[in-house]
Ligand binder design. Structure first.
Ligand code: GAR
Length: 217
């Protein structure tokens, strides 16, 4: 099977990017990372990508008059690199409708909640305030509205009584690093297809585990 050419878009630390780069290095992984792009020249993740010998590109949103012009510049670079799948990994810019249409079903995002709950920013603080017992993370296809689109993979994560936003974020991040490579693999293997508002998965077995928090005695 030909390798799916993947670009990763970051704005900061890039730990999900690093997890994806590591995963595709596995011999049987049917995708390759051909480009890491950032809207911030000082994104820490860029150094990690360079150290892994992945081509990097900075396109600063501040250099453009409009969101559309910024997105068009990204499209040009992504198309030139032959990219077929774009992974947003802590990329903190909203994408224009034009960009979402041009790359329909070719852009995916990771978000630190069980969508459609807790879209947007300050997710961990908001989950703690709301007192939910189970948090999680989601990989989904991107649509123009923020944190919306057909869901590919989710992981559930229990919340501890003494959690802070930082401790909860760290526990969720561990699962983000597992489900993002899984979602890319499902797409690269042709096992995931967005249809309407949801994703149909081929060869998909229901996991046996159940998560109850607090656990029953
Ligand atoms: C991750 O927790 C990701 O889920 C979140 O930003 C963090 C980026 O971390 N994304 C969103 O909140 C998108 N709405 P990373 O740069 O270490 O991958």
């Amino acid at each position: 099977m030909a390798h799916l050419k993947v670009a990763i878009l970051i704005s900061g630390r890039g730990s999900n990017m690093a997890a994806l780069i590591e995963a595709v290095q596995m011999a049987d992984f049917p995708a390759e990372v051909v480009l890491v792009m950032s809207n911030r020249s000082h994104a820490v993740g860029l150094e990690v990508a360079r150290a892994a010998n992945i081509p990097t590109q900075v396109i600063r949103h501040g250099d453009f008059d409009s969101r559309e012009a910024f997105d068009a510049a990204m499209t040009e670079v992504l198309a030139a690199a032959g990219v077929r799948l774009i992974c947003l990994a802590g990329f903190m810019r909203l994408l224009s409708t034009e960009f979402c249409q041009r790359w329909h079903d070719s852009v995916i995002n990771i978000h630190p909640s069980l969508l459609p709950a807790f879209k947007g920013m300050h997710v961990h603080e908001r989950m703690l305030e709301a007192g939910v017992r189970i948090a999680g993370c989601t990989v989904h296809y991107v649509r123009p509205a923020m944190d919306e689109g057909p869901i590919l993979v989710q992981a559930a994560v229990p919340i501890a009584a003494d959690d802070t936003a930082d401790s909860l974020s760290a526990r969720i991040l561990e699962q983000e690093h597992r489900i993002y490579p899984l979602a890319v693999r499902l797409i690269a293997e042709g096992r995931a297809r967005a249809a309407g508002g949801s994703v149909t998965l081929k060869n998909f077995e229901l996991p046996e585990q159940r998560l109850i928090n607090p656990p029953p005695r």
